[in-house]
Design a binder for this molecule. Structure first.
Ligand SMILES: NC(=O)c1ccc[n+]([C@@H]2O[C@H](COP(=O)([O-])OP(=O)(O)OC[C@H]3O[C@@H](n4cnc5c(N)ncnc54)[C@H](O)[C@@H]3O)[C@@H](O)[C@H]2O)c1
Length: 345
């Protein structure tokens, strides 16, 4: 018989609603306790999802012998402290992205998890989105090297103010490092990063709100990412609480992949030179990279599979660290004015 896995959820804010909803649908998983430093948030989630216990101190979650796994869903400024404590307490960990605020913190987290032989998965949900998987599936057809350009204008931001804080959230470079992980996942090992960053609304943020990055990859691919959180408020409204103007182009010697399609529809399209101007295949956009489809559910199913089987998660602590290596390299590049080599293997 498959063993029932006890879960503790640490952090009862926005993303916890999504994860708790999904946890209820996953077999042989039991949420035993939810935790938030805000008592009303912990109690509300416990009532809403019929969780037997709620607490305000994460140490109480870690002390519960029936909790084998924890979901760390607090602002990233707290991730390293809680993940390290959870690993020392022998819990398997699903930690939301970004893994931490520095490469050094990521290293410490990975060391602690390695010592204990536990599972650590980072919540870069795009890896579990069918939209992103379709792009990865098409990619070899457009040949090598690939040049990726994406540009996401995110406006109005999240209601959580901490995401604009340099130490707690990190602005788009950390908070939306989904893109850095997506590039690494598509293009392989990042080799060098060059960046220009800005604070266009310094009264609203201590983190950089605007980023321009070029990342070189070991296989010769090149990625360009720009994102700005300082715009007045335009976009298509694709992401729940913020208007965005997403744009993605992947260009290779044999063809290209685009989102939106040339008519501006929410469809990704594959073009190959040998077939002319018509797309060879299209994929209607299902979701915000998994947010409104089942990407979040699939990532948790995968996490519990890894806990049971001992296999390495699709998005591991190493992957989490690599995204932060690029983000941190971007900040160093901005201040030095030079490209920064990333000695990753
Ligand atoms: N994968 C995704 O698409 C996605 C989407 C949203 C958020 N996130 C990530 O999830 C994390 C949480 O984001 P959110 O939107 O839920 O934030 P939020 O601000 O809505 O909620 C965070 C909660 O954590 C609680 N908290 C803070 N410190 C705590 C501590 N030490 N112990 C217990 N509780 C504590 C806060 O009181 C708050 O209720 C962040 O790392 C964020 O980047 C990921």
């Amino acid at each position: 018989m498959t063993e029932r896995i006890g879960v503790g959820v640490i952090g009862c804010g926005g993303i916890s609603g999504t994860h708790l909803t999904n946890l209820l649908t996953i077999n042989n998983v039991e949420v035993r306790v939810v935790c938030d430093i805000r008592e009303e948030a912990a109690r509300r989630r416990a009532e809403q999802f019929s969780v037997p216990y709620w607490v305000t101190d994460y140490e109480a979650v870690l002390a519960d012998d029936r909790v084998r796994t924890v979901l760390v869903l607090v602002p990233q400024g707290f991730h390293s402290q809680i993940v390290i404590a959870a690993a020392r307490a022998g819990k398997h960990i699903f930690c939301e992205k970004p893994m931490a605020m520095s490469v050094e913190q990521c290293r410490q987290m990975n060391e602690e998890v390695k010592k204990s032989g536990l599972c650590l998965q980072i919540g870069y949900v795009m890896r579990f989105s069918r939209d992103a998987q379709k792009i990865k599936e098409w990619l070899p057809q457009i040949g090598q090297p690939v040049f990726v350009r994406d540009s996401w204008a995110m406006t109005r931001g999240s209601p959580a103010r901490w995401i604009h804080d340099a130490d707690m959230g990190g602005g788009p470079l950390w908070e939306n490092s989904h893109w850095l992980d997506f590039y690494n996942w598509l293009l392989g090992t990042p080799k060098r990063v060059y960046a220009r960053l800005a604070k266009l609304k310094p009264d609203e943020t201590t983190a950089f709100d605007t980023t321009l990055l070029i990342v070189d990859y070991q296989d010769g691919h090149e990625a360009f990412w720009s994102e700005c959180w300082a715009l007045p408020g335009f976009g298509w409204g694709l992401i729940r609480y913020r208007k965005v103007r997403p744009h993605l182009d992947l260009i290779g010697p044999k063809g290209s992949i685009h989102f939106p399609d040339p008519e501006g529809r929410a469809v990704s399209a594959l073009f190959l030179h040998e077939f002319g101007d018509e797309p060879v295949e299209t994929h209607p956009w299902e979701s915000d990279w998994g947010a409104t489809a089942d990407g979040y559910r699939q990532e948790l199913i995968h996490f519990f599979d890894c806990v049971r089987s001992g296999k390495e998660p699709i998005c591991s602590g190493r992957d989490g660290q690599w995204a932060i290596e690029v983000a941190e390299g971007a900040v160093r590049s901005h201040f030095s004015g030079q490209p920064i080599s990333l000695p990753l293997t």
